[in-house]
Design a protein around this ligand. Structure first.
Ligand code: ATP
Length: 374
């Protein structure tokens, strides 16, 4: 099949675009063409990339030991899931302006799998928004319209993203009218083949729906869970504040200049009962989303500056979580002491590593907090 073709036969690999917990994403060009692509390489043994490097010789040996013991199952499950969902997108969602396209899949003899994706060079959603000179409700509505349109296509194909967050929305190009693309289907699921999340929803807790947090109660994560996440994104877009899972309100001071129509939409999306939450298809008809009732005026300066600092904090946290992810495989079964052994960390490095984890974990989800041993 196509998966066994080597990457280097068909693509020239260029610079690194980004890194995820189990992946590295690089720019590439299809040989004998000028077509630029993004190559997302999922390593069967990815985590070592982000960790402080152990001395060279020992590295391979340690990796092999780990390969045999753990780690592999996690990344294999993730890998299979992402490919499954991406394939379904190719089959069931015709190329859509707001969903990242998969062109091809290659697998190396080493077991690394390469997803050849549409290249998005326009940056992450919030980075662009905070850099804008003018930002209005109408601008936010255009964003919501694009995300809802992508979600509508995915949901029609029974695909639930399950990890919708601003960092998974990238602009295709630098142009002002660039389409916004939903990407990163690593945690997604196909509804009729519903399986429990392969890994916890750690790292995106802010955007997770109540029913997703409430897995023990037999509730089902459905396309409506993505609508909740969109509601959180919208709440942040219009206030600069993160709304979590408690009671939410539209504080007069922050929300006084925001249109009633926008607040009504947010209240709908952040409805705890998923059955009463609107679908993507429904909100595409909403007067605020179509732009009819969205204000054109420049947003209040405090909202924009809060959004800027939110974005800066988010970026820091994302970097911390990326390394946390990498470490969590080790920490799940081993105590920190063995990590010290493996990576020759000094006590002060250990201290900062612990602080680092605790900060990330402050927001909840203690289930993934690794056990620390003095
Ligand atoms: P996470 O650990 O956050 O789930 P991941 O392993 O699923 O990450 P991605 O989020 O898909 O990896 O990609 C990692 C980074 O690579 C992204 O933050 C982004 O900066 C960059 N990237 C991914 N896909 C593309 C693309 N198609 N075009 C341009 N850059 C991309």
């Amino acid at each position: 099949g196509q998966e066994t073709r080597r990457l280097s036969d068909e693509y020239e690999v260029l610079d690194i675009l980004g890194r995820g917990g189990f992946s590295i994403v690089r720019r590439g060009i299809k040989k004998s063409s000028t077509h630029h692509v993004a190559i997302k390489t999922l390593r069967r043994l990815g985590p070592s990339v982000m960790l402080p490097s152990p001395p060279e010789g020992r590295k391979r040996e340690k990796q092999q030991q780990l390969h045999q013991r753990e780690g592999v199952a996690v990344s294999d499950a993730l890998l299979t899931n992402e490919i499954l969902v991406m394939r379904r997108i190719v089959e069931e969602v015709a190329p859509h302006d707001n969903v990242i396209q998969l062109y091809d899949v290659c697998e190396d003899p080493t077991g690394d799998v390469h997803l050849i994706l549409e290249l998005c060079s326009g940056g992450e959603l919030f980075d662009r928004i905070v850099a804008q000179e003018r930002y209005s409700e109408a601008g936010a509505a255009a964003v919501v319209r694009q995300i809802a349109s992508g979600l509508e296509a995915l949901h029609r194909a029974n695909i639930v993203h399950r990890d919708l967050k601003p960092e998974n929305c990238l602009f295709l190009n630098e142009r002002e009218d660039s389409p916004l693309k939903i990407m990163d289907f690593g945690l997604s699921s196909v509804e009729e083949e519903f399986t429990h999340p392969v890994v916890g929803l750690f790292g995106s807790i802010d955007y997770v729906s109540p029913e997703a947090l409430d897995r023990g109660q037999g509730s089902i994560i459905s396309s409506k869970s993505d609508m909740w996440s969109l509601g959180v994104i919208l709440y942040i877009l219009l206030s600069g504040y993160v709304y979590m899972h408690g009671e939410f309100s539209f504080y007069e001071k922050t929300w006084k200049n925001i249109s009633a129509s926008a607040k009504q939409l947010i209240s709908g999306l952040l409805t705890v009962d998923p059955d009463r939450r609107p679908s993507a298809n429904e909100i595409l008809q909403h007067p605020w989303v179509i732009g009819y009732s969205a204000k054109q005026e420049q947003m209040d300066a405090e909202i924009v500056s809060r959004l800027q600092s939110f974005n800066a904090r988010r970026k820091l946290r994302a970097a911390a979580i990326a390394s946390m992810w990498s470490c969590s495989i080790f920490l799940r079964t081993k105590k920190l002491r063995s990590l010290v052994g493996t990576y020759d960390l000094k006590p002060e490095e250990l201290g900062s590593l612990r602080e680092h984890f605790q900060k990330i974990c402050e927001k909840g989800d203690n289930a993934t907090l690794p056990e620390f041993e003095e």
